[in-house]
Ligand binder design. Structure first.
Ligand SMILES: Nc1ncnc2c1ncn2[C@@H]1O[C@H](COP(=O)(O)OP(=O)(O)OP(=O)(O)O)[C@@H](O)[C@H]1O
Ligand SMILES: [Mg+2]
Length: 494
């Protein structure tokens, strides 16, 4: 069965499949493009349109267009309600995009597609990964494996290369991921990963747009507001992004904005852009330095610095990273296609090879071992707030993995134990950790000598999704974790 790769991007999605020569190739959509804007518009407030046409409609009908919803996966928020009352969340909007990609790939390849390898940001949380898997299922796709985006790019680079340690700097439209990996023979090991969920190309756009709005107000004498001038903001968003792209190759550019019949031409220089976006670039650079420290390496031990993602093309990023690392950015990888290519490679591996168009597509010889992006642990019985996290799975543990730790109960006569799962570092106070869920054990035998007896096991599957099991070794009672997504982001509370 064919397994293709999908890079579901915040701003644009890409597809790829392996060919008979063992190389990944892009799959074009129905419009003939390699990239499909991750945008959904509702024609007449009802009928969904996905991709470039939806992107164009954002200008004339912003109120019926949705974008950037990838970053809202995992939240139940209703993002759009159709005229007939159908409510859309990030999951259903994503499923509409994935369904178009499936349909377009089937036309392009002349075969039915039921299975894919999907990618997601390395720092995606458990509930965000789950929501993406749900979106794929709604689109009629079985996800053979969810691969972190920088790991997929590492696969695209690592295939047919040997024995080196490299750094993937992945600045996309919505997120920033940094990953250190090592290739030895056919073994590709991710050594560590880190990221910033809110630093991507769109944040560069936002900062530049704020500057342009300020200048517009100075020239036009008023500040447009979203309730009256929604179309102005859509137009400004597009012109701002275009200015950012122009500044990657030119010293200056002029942006013309108009609202309520008043127009203003605003000149933006590279220097202004660099000044405005310096803190974003600094955040990314220091995330890279911290990651290297965490994995015990220095820049001098890195053989290649790879740039991935369209955001990495913004002026100032390459220069800043070359200065920070003392390395030249490698040109050995296509920053826009690499993630989809890696997904396609993993797809052929998952399928064990397949036949496409009468040709045998071999399974590439590459084995990816990934690691967890976070430390996960728990506290047993949070009678007192301020209890701290006891790490069970340290950050950068290999996936899949299964680890167990045994805990004491708090009181000798205790017959009930509450196990709260937390994402955070060893010893972090519970209220500074992300609460992942809780499980309970009740009717336990009291034990005055209080031996360690509550066994908590965490199981990370190949997609980085965690399940938890709790067991009282005295009575043999056991329980499984219920993930309480709605509480996931608000810390521990009773
Ligand atoms: N020449 C350029 N200069 C600056 N930015 C650019 C350039 N070309 C593309 N971009 C930016 O790259 C981003 C899109 O890149 P990419 O396709 O890698 O992101 P994505 O996959 O949609 O997002 P993510 O991976 O974060 O989910 C956009 O923000 C776009 O403005
Ligand atoms: Mg991307």
């Amino acid at each position: 069965m064919i397994v293709m790769g999908i890079d579901f991007g915040t701003t644009q999605s890409k597809m790829a499949v392996m060919d008979e020569f063992g190389r990944a190739k892009p799959i074009r959509n129905a419009e003939g493009d390699e990239i499909t804007p991750t945008v959904v518009a509702f024609e007449n407030g009802e009928t969904p349109i996905v991709g470039i046409e939806a992107y164009r409609l954002a200008l004339s009908q912003p109120e019926h267009t949705r974008m950037d919803f990838k970053l809202k996966l995992g939240a139940d928020e209703v993002l759009y309600t159709t005229k007939s009352g159908k409510k859309h969340t990030a999951t259903t909007l994503s499923s509409l995009v994935l369904a178009k990609l499936k349909c377009d790939a089937e036309s392009a390849l002349g075969e039915s597609i039921h299975a894919v390898v999907l990618t997601c940001p390395a720092n995606f949380q458990d509930h965000q990964r789950q929501a993406l898997l749900d979106a794929a299922k709604l689109a009629g796709l079985e996800v053979r494996r969810l691969v972190p985006e920088p790991s997929a790019a590492a696969m695209a680079y690592g295939l047919q290369r040997s024995d080196q340690t490299f750094f993937v700097f992945d600045l996309g439209g919505g997120t920033f991921d940094a990953t250190v990996a090592r290739i030895q023979g056919a073994k590709l090991d991710v050594l560590g990963t880190s990221g910033l969920p809110n630093v991507g190309g769109r944040n560069f756009d936002q900062i530049l747009m704020e500057h342009l709005l300020h200048e517009f107000k100075g020239k036009a004498g008023f500040a447009p507001d979203r309730s009256q001038d929604l179309a102005f903001f859509e137009d400004a968003r597009e012109r701002t992004e275009q200015a950012k792209v122009t500044l990657a190759t030119r010293e200056k550019t002029t942006v013309t904005l108009g609202a309520r019949g008043k127009y203003a031409s605003i000149e933006v220089t590279r220097d202004t852009f660099l000044r405005l976006t310096a803190s974003l670039v600094e955040q990314a650079a220091s995330t890279c330095n911290d990651l290297l420290q965490l994995v015990g390496l220095s820049w001098s031990r890195i053989d290649k610095l790879l740039f991935v993602g369209g955001g990495s093309r913004a002026v100032g990023v390459k220069e800043a990273m070359e200065k920070a690392s003392g390395q030249r950015v490698s040109q050995d990888i296509d920053p826009i296609r690499a993630v989809a290519f890696g997904a396609a490679i993993q797809g052929a591996i998952e399928a064990g090879g397949f036949v496409l168009d009468g040709r045998a597509i071999p399974a590439p010889k590459l084995h990816l071992t990934d690691v967890t992006a976070y430390a996960i642990g728990c506290m047993v019985d949070d009678v007192h707030l301020g209890f701290s996290n006891a790490v069970i799975v340290p950050r950068h543990s290999r996936v899949p993995s299964r680890l167990t730790k045994t805990f004491k109960l708090k009181e000798p006569q205790q017959t009930h134990a509450e196990i709260v799962l937390l994402q955070g570092n060893e010893g972090d106070p519970a209220d500074q950790c992300l609460r992942l869920g809780q499980m309970e054990l009740s009717d336990l035998p009291a034990e005055p000598t209080m031996p360690p007896r509550i066994e908590v096991t965490l199981d990370f599957d190949k997609n980085g999704i965690c399940s938890a099991f709790g067991k009282d070794t005295l009575s043999g009672k056991s329980t499984q974790m219920r993930i309480d997504y709605s509480k996931g982001l608000v810390g521990v509370h009773r």
